[in-house]
Design a protein around this ligand. Structure first.
Ligand code: NAD
Length: 391
């Protein structure tokens, strides 16, 4: 029997917004989820008008308060099954808290909040209500990121010594915020973005890649948050030198002023036996380099479980329902994989069955909080002249 499609409500996403669109495509990707409602804008009139103009019929709400309140008392099947929050950073905490209190699972954009205090409150609320909560660290949804996680965590490249995790962009190399670029305006404003622009916006993606693939935590760091474009209050260049929980070292670096770089997220993990490299702009392969051997390049969909190097590749990696190798997957597929995994947890939650939400399939609330703690430590270190600071 076909599954009832899950009903998703959007918070944010009207009037020229960006990230809502990859998300809404990913929600519809499998036919088992659909967007049915939205509070698209802070101005109630615009919110309703934007919902009217949406590409397919949805129920528009004047505000997210109204959308959340409208779910009260409705049985499962008639109410929203989960809510996607795609507003600027300062409008994550309030709607997320209200959804949790209303029993609505939340998939929230990153960075989770603008302060660590808010992140702590969300962690407590999720624990109290025992509800699925995902954080949209997109790149964890690539098959190759999961493959890399298996390789590193199963020890195939040895003990991790050194990690270079980076996210390089060039779109804020001049004052895009003065040229009517909606996405730039709020990102350089501390009230709406938080204490860091570059570190919070994309440094957290690099951090999440590092944590997800290696299973290691950043214990302490020393950081520089730099502003190359005059007149900005926040960093457009972020560098954190990190000590990892196994004693290894890492560089988590991000920049938004590297002209020519688009969304160059990548990671290189160096272990005692070999190294692994992965870049999100070419997300279909992972390169492994072992001492004294030719480089191995593994493509999604073209691996065997045991090939002399790979061992015991998990069934879920082999069986993942994807298109054949050579028909490229990319950004939207990664988002779809995250929503697909979140959907499974939402269905289990509704059936009162155990659900994972353990960070192995998508970033969870603890991961989201760790991103905020990392940025807070980096800001503190930079303010103190780059001193070693505990995360
Ligand atoms: N995961 C990723 O790869 C990724 C990529 C880009 C952005 N993001 C994150 O997504 C979020 C949104 O970023 P964006 O670039 O799409 O921003 P955007 O400025 O393009 O869109 C934000 C939307 O939120 C709406 N909004 C603001 N306040 C609201 C309110 N009170 N009620 C309802 N709607 C409201 C705006 O009107 C707009 O439609 C940010 O937190 C950002 O960090 C994540």
């Amino acid at each position: 029997m076909s599954l009832r499609p899950l009903n998703v409500g959007l918070i944010g996403g009207g009037a020229g917004a960006f990230i809502v669109h990859p998300h809404q495509r990913a929600i519809h990707f499998d036919g088992t989820r659909r967007v049915v409602a939205a509070a698209l804008h802070p101005d109630p009139k615009v919110a309703l008008a934007e919902a009217e103009r949406w590409a397919y019929p949805i129920k528009g709400y004047a505000s997210y308060d109204e959308m959340i309140a409208d779910q009260a008392g409705k049985p499962i099947g008639e109410r929203l099954d989960y809510v996607l929050i795609v507003t600027p950073n300062h409008v994550h905490f309030d709607p997320a808290m209200k959804c949790i209190a209303a029993g609505l699972p939340v998939f929230c954009e990153k960075p989770l909040t603008v302060t660590l205090d808010e992140a702590d409150k969300l962690v407590a609320a999720v624990a109290e209500h025992k509800i699925p909560f995902g954080v949209a660290h997109t790149y964890l949804g690539h098959w190759t990121t999961r493959f890399a996680r298996h390789i590193v965590r199963s020890g195939l490249i040895g003990d991790v010594r050194w990690v270079d995790a980076y996210y390089l962009q060039g779109w804020l190399a001049d004052r895009a915020e003065d040229q009517g670029v909606l996405q730039a305006e709020w990102r350089v404003d501390p009230k709406r973005a938080g204490a860091s622009c570059c570190g919070g916006d994309i440094g957290t993606h690099a951090l999440m890649h590092l944590r997800y693939i290696t299973g290691l935590e950043v214990q302490r760091l020393h950081a520089d948050l730099e502003t190359f474009v005059a007149g900005r209050q926040l960093d457009d260049h972020f560098t954190a030198y990190c000590e990892l929980s196994n004693g290894g070292k890492a560089l988590v670096r991000a920049t938004q002023i590297a002209i020519g770089h688009k969304n160059n997220l990548g990671i290189e993990v160096n272990g005692t036996r070999g190294s692994l490299a992965l870049e999100a702009e070419t997300p279909e392969h992972v390169t492994i380099r072992l001492s004294g051997q030719p480089d191995r390049v593994y493509y999604r969909g073209a691996v065997s479980a045991d090939d002399g190097f790979l061992k015991d590749l998990p069934e879920e990696l082999m069986a993942e329902p994807t298109i054949p190798s050579g028909h490229p997957e990319a950004f939207h597929d990664a988002f779809a994989r995250l929503h697909r995994c979140f959907e499974a947890d939402v269905r289990a939650y509704q059936d009162k069955k155990p659900f994972d939400c353990d960070g192995s399939k998508y970033a969870n609330i603890a991961d989201g909080r760790m991103g905020i703690a990392f940025v807070a430590a980096a800001v503190k270190s930079a303010h103190n002249g780059g001193t070693w600071t505990a995360v």
